[in-house]
Design a protein around this ligand. Structure first.
Ligand SMILES: Nc1nc(O)c(N)c(N[C@@H]2O[C@H](COP(=O)(O)O)[C@@H](O)[C@H]2O)n1
Ligand code: FE2
Length: 233
């Protein structure tokens, strides 16, 4: 059996090899004309990879699936239980087995992935310490609004030549302003839509960088918390 150089490279501890970072977003979701349909997956992947590079934790890639409430009709998603049972559990189980992981941070970039209350069961069933990190969704503001567009601008995935087409009459998903059923069903969505109606969609590189930096720092702090937990045992 090969002896691995666990102490090699820019890592915060040799034990960080026992922690994985998995991104989850959505690859199939409309974000107006200036952002690609896989915006959520790309933002989550960037944050997860950057945190892995800065701590030495294992980057586990991005999940290909995402969930959404049926009343939010702006993309192609599955229901939450299917996402957890058929997509998330098998990936975490395989990572645990192949990489000898003891903990994982799941970095979420999509508002419809409401998985925080599944984490205890997942930990129990998989024998992993898991941190659910929803920071991107908590701080980006309305769907395909100024925050998400600004983060996309920093990542180079935004096409600002189409900014003048970013109007809800053409793209109802912007701020979810035109998604009537979703606004009636979900107060959080309706509140975000009102904010977007008030503020419009304004790309701001300083805002974008701040959102990404805040999210990366939040994942790094989750890694450090998990490190303390796994080092106790
Ligand atoms: N996509 C989605 N589904 C829900 O069920 C939601 N409650 C929300 N919330 C709003 O949309 C933003 C997330 O947009 P992305 O999914 O990251 O593109 C979130 O900040 C809320 O404003 N979204
Ligand atoms: Fe989303």
């Amino acid at each position: 059996m090969v002896e691995l150089n666990l102490d090699a490279g820019n890592i915060i501890s040799e034990d960080v090899h026992r922690i994985g970072i998995l991104a989850v977003g959505s690859h199939l979701e409309n974000h107006g004309p200036a952002l690609p349909i896989d915006t959520d997956a790309k933002i989550a992947s960037y944050v997860a990879l950057e945190a892995a590079l800065r701590t030495g934790a294992r980057f586990l890639g991005v999940l290909y699936a995402a969930s959404e409430f049926p009343y939010v009709k702006h993309g192609i998603h599955m229901d939450r239980d299917e996402l957890v049972e058929r997509e998330l559990k098998p990936v975490l189980r395989k990572a645990r087995r192949l990489l000898n992981l003891e903990a994982a941070v799941i970095v979420n970039g999509h508002g419809g992935n409401k998985l925080e209350d599944c984490m205890d069961d997942l930990e129990e069933e998989l024998g992993l310490e898991i941190a659910w990190n929803n920071r991107i969704v908590e701080i980006e503001g309305p769907h395909a609004g100024s925050g998400e567009l600004s983060a996309g601008l920093i990542l180079g995935i935004a096409d600002l030549r189409r900014l003048d087409e970013c109007i809800p009459e053409l793209y109802p998903e912007i701020g979810m302003i035109g998604l009537k059923e979703a606004r009636e069903a979900n107060r959080e969505i309706d509140k975000a839509a009102r904010i977007c109606e008030r503020d419009g969609v304004n790309p701001d590189p300083v805002l974008g960088q701040r959102i990404l930096d805040d999210a990366v720092e939040s994942v790094i702090s989750d890694v450090k918390e998990l490190l303390k937990i796994i080092q106790e045992f």
